[in-house]
Design a protein around this ligand. Structure first.
Ligand code: ADP
Ligand code: TYD
Length: 214
């Protein structure tokens, strides 16, 4: 049975890059690795509804924090079997965003903190009712909002089809989200967390060794 490791952080923090670097470092150390990214755009109807809502700007669905939260949760519920199979097959399964993304973004949108109602709702829905696997560890890739925004813009320029979405362009939301992430990590919400500085760059081989010893 493999270890379930989640990578979290703001839009543009470098999660996708770290997932790739960590996968390589784990492979180099002889480990087998499975990866999955949420939302599963192009792979689930719930994720595609999320994408349409985020890119249409503020429609009725995008404005509904609980409605969007439910779609993200249903996308993950549809992947529960795939995550379990991947854990059976690999030493480590890396997830680019997971349940904590829902908690952090929904709380930030509602101006709540990590002790707020919506964070409890996410946990009850996704962990207790949907029975999603609880992570063994979560990594918070921490960068100032300005750095995350610059990187997200850079990536949007690199990938012509990837316009910035409604959450990415909302600097107030990103600021509040960063605060909630810090709280979730400090409380070890759902699992133990590793808080890493995403500006100076992460030592992927050292992190890989630490994850193997979990
Ligand atoms: N440590 C880093 N230093 C500088 N640029 C980075 C770093 N990590 C990622 N980037 C760049 O920032 C952009 C966003 O990174 P990405 O991994 O796609 O972030 P996320 O998945 O968190 O949205 C990409 O263009 C990527 O090349
Ligand atoms: C997975 C997930 C993402 N989100 C938010 C974070 C992002 O702002 C947005 C889109 O996810 P994102 O990771 O930015 O997708 P991509 O990099 O492929 O465009 O959805 C939630 O609010 N809850 C969730 O459960």
């Amino acid at each position: 049975m493999g270890r379930l490791v989640v990578i979290e952080g703001l839009d543009g923090a470098g999660k996708r890059t770290l997932t790739a670097n960590l996968t390589k470092a784990l492979h180099d150390g002889g480990a087998t690795v499975g990866t999955l990214a949420f939302p599963r755009y192009g792979k689930s109807v719930h994720a595609d509804l999320v994408r349409e809502a985020l890119h249409r700007g503020h429609g009725d669905l995008a404005d509904s924090v609980y409605g969007m939260g439910m779609l993200y949760a249903l996308d993950r519920r549809g992947a529960a079997g795939e995550i379990r199979e991947s854990l059976d097959l690999h030493d480590v399964v890396l997830l680019d965003r997971y349940v904590s993304s829902n908690a952090a973004y929904a709380a930030a949108r509602l101006h709540q903190d990590s002790s707020g109602e919506v964070v409890k709702w996410v946990r009850e829905l996704e962990i207790d009712r949907f029975g999603l696997p609880v992570p063994d560890a979560q990594i918070l890739l921490r960068v100032p909002r300005e750095v995350a925004a610059q990187r997200a813009e850079q990536r949007a320029r690199e990938e012509a089809d990837r316009a910035r979405d409604a959450f990415e362009s909302d600097s107030g939301l990103q600021d509040r989200c960063g605060v909630v992430y810090d709280q979730l990590a400090a409380e070890h919400w759902l699992s133990r967390w590793f808080v890493l500085d995403g500006v100076s760059g992460v030592d992927a081989p050292a992190l890989a060794a630490e994850l193997r010893s979990l």
